[in-house]
Design a protein around this ligand. Structure first.
Ligand code: C5P
Length: 225
């Protein structure tokens, strides 16, 4: 049984790397960013005004979410509807920080995430890789492995442009710059995820390709197993 916690900013590669690490080690995979995205979509659909902190917190507390933990296909559902694609839309991406900076929402999702991690350890799986912004510090500070996956701003913008636009020429990078940097700035008002906390190992992927980054994370895991 192992808990691997991986945090990092947008475009650090943490989702694809965490998924691949979970696959190779035969572990469950928890994408906590997808939970904040699902909470945002649910609040948009049911609470309306995202600046109404109490209404948003109440909506999220009751959200009928199903959380997929399969690294090959982490399907998220709201009210039995597959929202795995919708939660990646620009409408959600541009508003997610408003919901993620709501402290009552954070408390609700933290509890859900801790329950998911505990259930995975009690269940059939060999353990879980949980990734996000505050997993190493708040959600699972006692995780067996705690990693901060970072990358230079330039590398992060290039990767996000490739993800979103399928190419990383200057116009594509410019188009993602505002969204990525604004989200990181807004997120960092309520949590620190750019500097590693005590005991958290930093893996800088700026000059590593995908496979090298996966190997770097697996090497950190190997040290504790
Ligand atoms: O990782 P991803 O880009 O999907 O995360 C979306 C948003 O969810 C982040 O910008 C942040 O606002 C929020 N988030 C968070 N805490 C986490 C994971 C994500 O606040 N543990």
């Amino acid at each position: 049984m192992i808990v691997i916690a991986i945090d990092g900013p947008s475009g650090s590669g943490k989702s694809s790397v965490s998924k691949e690490v979970a696959r190779r080690l035969g572990l469950a995979y928890l994408d906590t960013g997808a939970m904040y995205r699902a909470a945002t979509l649910w609040a948009q659909q049911t609470a309306g005004d995202l600046t109404d902190q109490a209404a948003v917190a109440a909506a999220v507390e009751d959200m009928p979410i199903a959380i997929g933990l399969d690294p090959d296909e982490p399907v998220f559902e709201l009210d039995d509807v597959d929202v795995s694609e919708t939660i990646r839309s620009t409408e959600v991406s541009t508003e997610v920080s408003k919901v993620a900076t709501n402290l009552a929402v954070r408390a609700t999702l933290r509890k859900m995430q801790q329950d998911v991690i505990a259930a995975a350890l009690d269940g059939d799986s060999e353990g879980i890789v949980a990734e996000g912004r505050d997993i190493t510090t708040v959600v699972a500070p006692d995780a067996d492995v705690r990693i901060l996956l970072t990358a230079s701003e330039e590398a992060r913008l290039r990767r996000r442009a490739l993800d979103v636009h399928g190419e990383a020429h200057e116009a594509a990078v410019d188009a993602t710059r505002d969204q990525v940097l604004r989200r990181d700035r807004d997120d960092s008002t309520v949590m620190e995820f750019q500097v590693a906390a005590d005991g958290v190992v930093t893996v800088d992927s700026s000059d590593l390709d995908f496979e090298q980054t996966v190997q770097a994370v697996l090497a950190v895991v190997a040290q504790v197993t």
